[in-house]
Design a protein around this ligand. Structure first.
Ligand code: HXC
Length: 257
């Protein structure tokens, strides 16, 4: 059996992970999600890696959770399995995670893309939460993240009808960072990842955490977090290097310390 997830390569500081179940449009089974989290943990521990791209293939980023795997599962089994434990970790990884999306990003595939820090999408990508058509609902953040991006009225329509959310709409509502022609998706994701990989990794991680605070907490709580995170930057060598490089009119070399 081929690997459900492939560490395609590490291009300098950027690692590329590819979902690899093309025969089922990269449907996300439990083994694939476990493997994804294991790979992300390994990349987090690898100091040479500073940004990660998660992608699929031209036809699908992922067409959802694996319906065949779920079809006969009982309530007790799904509750006790607690499969979302691994999903919840994804936005908590310290390194920036960019989804490069072509084709379908449906159901769990849409939720996985939305769990990443940024999404670069092809103009032909199709997002959406079609779970309603299976008699269920999103379970990995679809109702929450889509509502935060689209607003209640429009999220309700997409969630209650299950209709596809075209990439252009996803871009216009701020769910997608950048929309590009099919053939440029990976190039654009790599360019963004390499740019961020040149920054101070500690500052990058703290900014990520602060942005998630903005989504999840009242403003003053987020502001307090931001202030303390700002102070924390003053404990890093990268802060000294960044400010010194500015004064010496040269490009800073950030070491992640
Ligand atoms: C299992 C899937 C699958 C899925 C596609 N396949 N999506 N298998 N789980 N989610 C399989 C098909 O059965 C088929 O296998 C092969 O992939 C190709 O798919 P086709 O349907 O033949 O392709 P196409 O006609 O191009 O249609 C593409 C599609 C359609 C519109 C994306 O496949 C589709 O509607 N898929 C299901 C989308 C969905 O409902 N996702 C939500 C899942 S629930 P064979 O063997 O026939 O070739 C979910 C819950 C999330 O995600 C909860 C949190 C994790």
């Amino acid at each position: 059996m081929s690997q459900p997830l492939v560490l395609k390569n590490i291009e300098g500081p950027v690692a590329i992970l590819r979902l690899n179940r093309p025969q089922v449009l990269n449907a996300l089974n439990l083994a694939l999600m476990d493997e994804l989290v294991d790979q992300l943990k390994a990349l987090q521990d690898d100091d040479s890696v500073r940004a990660i791209i998660l992608t699929g293939n031209e036809k699908a980023f992922a067409a959802g959770a694996d319906i065949d795997e779920m079809a006969d599962v009982s309530l007790a089994e799904i509750k006790m399995k607690n499969q979302f434990l691994v999903w919840d970790i994804i936005p908590r990884f310290t390194k920036p995670l960019i989804a490069a999306v072509q084709g379908y990003a449906l159901g769990g595939g849409c939720e996985l893309a939305m769990s990443c820090d940024m999404i670069i999408a092809s103009e032909n990508a199709v997002f959406g939460q079609p779970e309603i058509n299976l008699g269920v609902m999103p379970g990995a953040g679809g109702t929450q993240r889509l509502t935060k991006a689209l607003g209640k009225a429009r999220a309700m329509e997409y969630l209650l009808t299950g209709k596809p959310l075209p990439a252009r709409v996803a871009y216009e509502c701020g769910l997608v960072t950048k929309l590009v022609p099919d053939e440029l998706v990976m190039q654009e994701a790599l360019s963004l990842a390499h740019e961020i990989a040149q920054k101070s990794p500690v500052a990058v991680t703290l900014i990520k955490e602060a942005v998630y605070k903005a989504l999840d907490t009242p403003t003053q709580v987020g502001m307090d977090f931001e202030r303390n995170a700002f102070y924390m930057c003053f404990g890093t060598e990268d802060r000294v290097e960044g400010m010194k490089a500015f004064q010496e009119k040269r490009t800073p070399q950030f070491k992640g310390r």
